[in-house]
Design a protein around this ligand. Structure first.
Ligand code: HPA
Length: 284
């Protein structure tokens, strides 16, 4: 069996499993990052499918990353949420890391809104700030698209000029404004991890034009753009990156800080979902 058949077959089989258990076809997908997974528990008409029940869906061992595919409604919009994601640093192959978002695309979502926890590089920012991702640097040295291209998923050489959809960005700005939530904007540098960066690495990332750094998102965005899904992404700046402040970094604080913005993120995400779905006339 070729690699091409594997990817398509895996997501087809997963989609079939899911469709048996879920009434509404989701319009918008969400990926919930470290400390942000609770959003899914508040969905109306919630149906939760543990990744373990989905043969072919990789499972994360990271604290703070529950592993459930959650279906339900937000402001009347049918959504699917990844409550927890897997990371490259856990040893998963780049293609495995994007199984969940490819499944969302196969289920028919038009948009995926991605969240993550990130370290702040921009010195004028502070921990607990929220950042709209306007572009990224994939510094993982890998791509989920290496190997033979699956032409049924997308083109060999996908365009990444507007990887983060402009209308989706504008929707986030408007919703944040209307809610009185300050939304920073910047470039997200995606690294392999699992170490946090050295101060020298953070200084380098700053020179490269990044405002935030994290260990996820970039592969998901690549896979989604490959499949033609529109993408928006939001970082919770859970800490200032190494060497930007005098603090040392630990995962407990990352999760704790994300939790402090939980309510704001919930309001922002809810408004964002309604806005992108309505722009396409897909409420319902
Ligand atoms: N670096 C990388 N990933 C992160 C950070 C960081 O400082 N904070 C949260 N995720």
């Amino acid at each position: 069996m070729t690699a091409r058949e594997n990817v398509s077959q895996t997501i087809d089989q997963l989609a079939q499993l899911v469709r048996k258990r879920v009434p509404a076809i989701p319009r918008v997908g969400l990926v919930l990052g470290s400390g942000l997974g609770s959003f899914a528990d508040d969905l109306s008409d919630l149906v939760k499918i543990p990744y373990q029940d989905l043969d072919g869906m990789p499972v994360s061992a990271v604290v703070g990353h529950a592993g459930n595919l959650c279906f339900g409604k937000v402001e009347g919009v049918a959504v699917v949420c990844m409550q927890g994601r897997v990371h490259l640093y856990e040893g998963h192959a780049p293609a495995a890391v994007v199984t969940g978002v490819r499944l969302m695309a196969r289920l028919g979502v038009s948009h995926v809104l991605i969240t993550n926890a990130a370290g702040g590089i921009e010195t004028s920012w502070a921990a607990a700030d929220l950042m709209l991702v306007i572009d990224h640097l994939n510094l993982t040295g890998s791509s989920p698209l290496t190997g033979r291209n699956d032409d049924t998923l997308g083109p060999r050489f996908p365009d990444m000029t507007r990887a983060y959809d402009r209308n989706v960005q504008e929707a986030a700005r408007e919703v944040a404004r209307s809610l009185g939530i300050v939304l920073r904007e910047g470039v997200y540098a995606g690294l392999l991890g699992p170490t946090y960066e050295t101060p020298a690495e953070v200084a380098m990332l700053r020179m490269l034009g990044a405002q935030a750094v994290g260990m996820s998102t970039v592969h998901e965005v690549i896979a989604l753009r490959h499949m033609g899904v529109k993408v928006g992404a939001l970082s919770c700046i859970t800490n200032m990156a190494a060497g930007i402040s005098n603090e040392l970094l630990n995962h407990g604080e990352v999760e704790e800080t994300a939790r402090t913005r939980r309510e704001d993120l919930k309001r922002l995400l809810s408004g964002w979902i309604a806005s992108v779905a309505n722009a396409k006339g897909e409420r319902g």
